[in-house]
Design a protein around this ligand. Structure first.
Ligand SMILES: C[S@@+](CC[C@H](N)C(=O)[O-])C[C@H]1O[C@@H](n2cnc3c(N)ncnc32)[C@H](O)[C@@H]1O
Length: 229
């Protein structure tokens, strides 16, 4: 087995080579390799609750709700959702087959429905204003996250939540760019959604939950009388 010191020497030289390559590319392309997410404003986060983990964040989701997990892998987190949130219905969406036998009882009792296919295509088949929350954890590229946001936002009830796993611009375990933070911040700023929950992760794969504006509160903010008043 190689010693850690030897591995670190090799890694350092690989990192130096990678940095050289990227610096050259950035000069030619005249753009940074890792795009910075836009900075949020203080009012975007003023209602935000902070949690120590994404499981803790789950405990803030409404019981008996209708939710979706977009990007499921083998369904381990789906099981945590079932145990903690007790949703009325959880839709699991993944382009690959989900073969976790522990999900079977929930399928039999009609609390879980599995949808195999591309997230955008599957989400487009639900009626608008259907989900109380949608947990997005599928394609982590900027384009992929933007596609999932567009596909999911109208499917949420007013006041519903879009929750994103891996809210970061860099995956330290994969040495890979993620577009989650950039896509989410852009959306928050453009569409005026509020950050309501944030869950920490020890390696920086944080979760963030943003709330769809309530039509009544938007009307209130605009000075438009709420219906019935
Ligand atoms: C990071 S894993 C999900 C992990 C899971 N949410 C958890 O917390 O354990 C990402 C999953 O997204 C799926 N995926 C990636 N792009 C997708 C797309 N465009 N449509 C549907 N599923 C996709 C992959 O097949 C993979 O299973």
């Amino acid at each position: 087995m190689k010693k850690l010191e030897e591995i670190e020497i090799e890694l350092n030289s690989l990192h130096n080579r990678a940095r050289e390559l990227l610096r050259q590319w950035e000069l030619e392309a005249n753009q940074p390799y890792i795009s910075w997410a836009q900075q949020l404003r203080a009012d975007n986060i003023k209602e935000c609750n902070l949690f120590i983990s994404r499981e803790e964040l789950l405990s803030a989701l409404p019981e008996n709700s209708i939710g979706a997990e977009v990007g499921v892998a083998q369904g381990e987190f789906s099981l945590r959702i079932m145990e903690i949130v007790h949703p009325r219905m959880l839709h699991l969406i993944d382009s690959e087959q989900i073969s976790n036998m522990r999900i079977r009882p929930y399928i039999d009792s009609q609390n879980i429905k599995i949808h195999r296919g591309d997230s955008g295509t599957v989400l487009s088949k639900f009626e608008n204003n259907y989900f109380d929350w949608v947990y997005i954890d599928a394609d982590h590229t900027l384009e992929g996250v933007k596609r999932d946001i567009v596909a999911a936002k109208d499917k949420l009830v007013d006041g519903g939540l879009l929750i994103f796993n891996d809210y970061t611009c860099w995956s330290p375990l994969e040495y890979l760019r993620y577009g989650v933070m950039q896509a989410v911040n852009e959306f928050i700023i453009d569409e005026g959604w509020r950050v309501v929950h944030f869950a920490l992760h020890p390696l920086g794969y944080h979760d963030i939950a943003i709330r769809k504006p309530d039509k009544a509160s938007v009307a209130g903010n605009l000075g438009v009388p709420k219906s019935g008043s």
